[in-house]
Design a protein around this ligand. Structure first.
Ligand code: ATP
Ligand code: MG
Length: 257
């Protein structure tokens, strides 16, 4: 199963989600690989790995790199990382000069799909050949959405470009529940978009602190609401992925009929 954290917009929580969800998948016993596709190397930094890939992005996408040798272990059981490299900033050009560019990332990953239960792709914020290649390679896009009216258009746009080939699992990110505007926008959004996940990731200092701790939330703030939100998010995403339906069935609570 290949899952990409994606949004055209920057700074919405893609990397925070990729690192925490990949960690939770691994902790649950699934062999997990995270490929940090962003030349900024956010997830590589958070997982304390050197942002360097021998031969760079070009050799990788051309199938001329020994990918196994480029994959690094992390401090966590079951969680491996294919690091970011500064050369990934030219990934579009490298893809563009390759044959069947949008199939390239999938080709890099296909030998590993039996080895790993989950492969996460942490994408840079853009809409480009890299993203088109991600749409082909991924089974689902995990899309952090800010509770702002413009996000609706962004989500429609992603839908138009990604098409039906990949499932979209959008969720609200950086939500301040005290803000009336956030609550109103979320309510209006949900009414029109049943595919929105129920779990909301709150705006929380713990998430920012990941940059200081250089670790997933579970490792340094497991009792916080942010860690709890990501546990819920992973549970909900896993549930959705095992169901064919686009819309999650409400979960029966104990005591309810
Ligand atoms: N729920 C949250 N609460 C508070 N801060 C957050 C939250 N999610 C992310 N942040 C902070 O916002 C910044 C951007 O987050 P992150 O790197 O996860 O976003 P991104 O979408 O991957 O960004 P980019 O587009 O640059 O790759 C980081 O400093 C991060 O710590
Ligand atoms: Mg990022």
């Amino acid at each position: 199963m290949v899952l990409a954290t994606y949004n055209i917009k920057g700074g919405v929580g893609k990397t925070s989600a990729a690192v925490n969800l990949a960690y939770l998948a691994a902790r649950g016993g699934a062999t997990t690989l995270l490929w940090d596709l962003d030349p900024q190397g956010g997830s590589t930094f958070l997982l304390r790995v050197k942002p360097k890939v021998k031969g760079g992005g070009e050799k990788l996408v051309r199938g001329k790199s020994d990918v196994s040798a480029r994959i690094k272990g992390t401090d966590y059981d079951n969680l491996d990382l294919l690091p970011a490299d500064f050369s990934y900033r030219h990934m579009d050009l490298h893809l563009d000069s390759a044959k069947r560019p949008t199939r390239r990332l999938g080709r890099v990953l296909s030998p590993f799909e039996t080895e790993y239960d989950y492969i996460f792709l942490d994408c840079p914020p853009s809409i480009s050949l890299v993203s088109e290649s991600v749409f082909e390679a991924a089974d689902a896009l995990l899309i952090p959405v800010l509770p702002a009216t413009l996000s609706a258009r962004m989500l429609d746009y992603i839908g138009d470009v990604a098409g039906d080939q990949v499932r979209r699992l959008p969720f609200f990110s950086m939500v301040d529940a005290r803000k009336r505007m956030h609550r109103d926008v979320m309510e209006a959004f949900r009414a029109e978009r049943p595919e929105m996940l129920h779990t909301v990731v709150p705006l929380a200092a713990d998430v920012e602190r990941m940059g200081l701790a250089r670790a997933p939330l579970e490792e340094f703030a497991p009792r916080g609401r942010a860690a709890e939100a990501f546990r819920n998010l992973w549970a909900e995403v896993s549930r959705r992925l095992t169901h064919a339906s686009e819309v999650d069935e409400p979960v029966a609570r104990p005591g309810e009929p």
